[in-house]
Design a protein around this ligand. Sequence first.
Ligand SMILES: [Zn+2]
Length: 148
Amino acid sequence: MSCKMCEKQKNIKDDPYFIMELETGYVILGWFQRFKGYTVFNCKEHGPELHNLEHSFKIKHLEEMSIVAEAVSNIFKPDKMNYELLGNGCSHIHWHLYPRVKGDTPIVSSVYQLSNEELFDESTRPNEEQREEMKEKIKNEIVRLLSR
Ligand SMILES: [Zn+2]
């Protein structure tokens, strides 16, 4: 069985978008920032469904996902966070954490009403300086929240 994400995670720390490792997953800045602050949280364990995870690991994973979302929310101050665990394309648990603001899409609904061209628009990719600044802010806020 081969899984793209399991393969990628072997060298995840070399990824320029990698932010930090938590106990149950890896925090990665979204490649495209059409939604400013978009962050991904990849589970360390392979599996398509939350209920496949061992109970205490699952609870910890959900808590850490919530902390990552809280950090993103504190920094980017959206009107609402979206927590998306989809996995239709890659059945390895990974969360798309989207900060949403009023009027950021034509219809008040999920980000996936936008075309791939718009979601993955190269002009929304942060440059190196922006990327490093966002990563640093998110990391610092996660560390702060974890130390409470
Ligand atoms: Zn996997």
